[in-house]
Each structure stands twice: as C-alpha cells, then as structure tokens.
Design a protein around this ligand. Structure first.
Ligand SMILES: [Zn+2]
Length: 65
C-alpha cells in the first residue's frame, strides 16, 4: 500500500491528510492526480460505451429495413 503524501511536491508545505490541493501553492497532490487520471479513464470508457451503443443501434436499424 502506498504511503500517504505528507508534504507538497512543489513547495514542500505540510498537507492536510487526504488533501487534494496544497494550501500554500495550490498544486495538486499525488492522490488528486491519481483520482483525476482514474476519472478520465472512466469517462473514456463511458464515451466508448455510448459510441458502441450508437453504432449498434444504427446497424440494427439499417438491418431491419
Ligand atoms: Zn505546495
């Protein structure tokens, strides 16, 4: 298990536990960056799912005629 980040990577200020941003310089913590990457992946997966559904429905619609 990864250890919690205790100090800011940019300015070295002490971080509040589970903070998403540094209180002094405003840069994202490692945990927040990881969550952002995860959110982007989930969003991309959802987008591909929607695109796949649209293609499937278009195909079904054209096959019925
Ligand atoms: Zn900082």
């Amino acid at each position: 298990m990864q250890q919690a980040q205790v100090a800011c990577d940019s300015c070295g200020a002490e971080l509040v536990p589970n903070a998403a941003y540094c209180e002094r310089c405003g840069s994202r913590t490692r945990r927040a960056r990881r969550l952002v990457r995860l959110a982007i992946r989930v969003e991309l997966l959802f987008f591909l799912l929607v695109v796949g559904l649209v293609i499937a429905f278009t195909w079904i619609y054209s096959a019925q005629r």
